[in-house]
Design a protein. Structure first.
Length: 154
C-alpha cells in the first residue's frame, strides 16, 4: 500500500496474516485486535484528541481574534470607500454589498465563536437558538453569491 508523504511516495508496511474464518477457510486480512496501527503513536483517536484538542482550541481562539482585528476594520474601510458617490457604479454597489455582507458575517461569527470556543452562553434564548443558524449560514453563503453575480454581470 502506498501513501503520499512530504512530496514523495512511500510504502506503508501493513501487516497481513492468515486468519481463521468461522466457516473454516483461511482468508488474508489485517487481523490485529486493537485499533493501534503502525506509525500512529496513539492507541485510539480519543487519546489523540485528548492530547491535542487543548492546543487546537487555544490556536482557534487566538487566531480568530487576529482574523477579527484584520476583518472588521478592513471591511469597514472597504464599505466606506465603495459607498462614496463617485464609486456608486454597478461594480461599486456589488463591492459595497460584499463588504457589508462580510462585516455582518464576521459579527455573527464572533457570536458563534463566543458560544462554541469560549463557552459563553450567548445563544441560550428560545427563539435565538433556532434562528441564529439560519441567519448565520445565510450570511455565509451571501458572499459567494455576490461574487457570482458580480462575475456574471461582467
Amino acid at each position: 500500500m502506498y501513501m503520499f508523504m512530504t512530496g514523495v511516495w512511500k510504502e506503508m508496511n501493513v501487516s497481513y496474516k492468515e486468519c481463521e474464518n468461522p466457516n473454516g477457510s483461511n482468508i488474508s486480512a489485517n487481523c490485529s485486535s486493537s485499533s493501534y496501527q503502525d506509525g500512529f503513536p496513539y492507541e485510539s483517536m480519543e487519546l489523540f484528541y485528548q492530547h491535542h484538542l487543548p492546543g487546537i482550541m487555544a490556536f482557534n481562539r487566538y487566531f480568530t481574534i487576529v482574523w477579527y482585528v484584520i476583518g472588521f476594520p478592513g471591511n469597514y474601510l472597504a464599505l466606506a470607500v465603495w459607498i462614496q458617490p463617485r464609486m456608486r457604479h454597478s461594480s461599486g454597489c456589488y463591492l459595497a454589498t460584499l463588504a457589508a455582507a462580510d462585516f455582518l458575517f464576521l459579527t455573527l461569527h464572533c457570536v458563534f465563536e463566543l458560544q462554541t470556543s469560549w463557552d459563553v452562553a450567548v445563544l441560550n434564548r428560545p427563539v435565538l437558538c433556532e434562528a441564529f443558524p439560519v441567519v448565520f449560514y445565510s450570511t455565509q453563503y451571501l458572499s459567494p453569491l455576490l461574487v457570482l453575480a458580480f462575475t456574471v454581470e461582467r
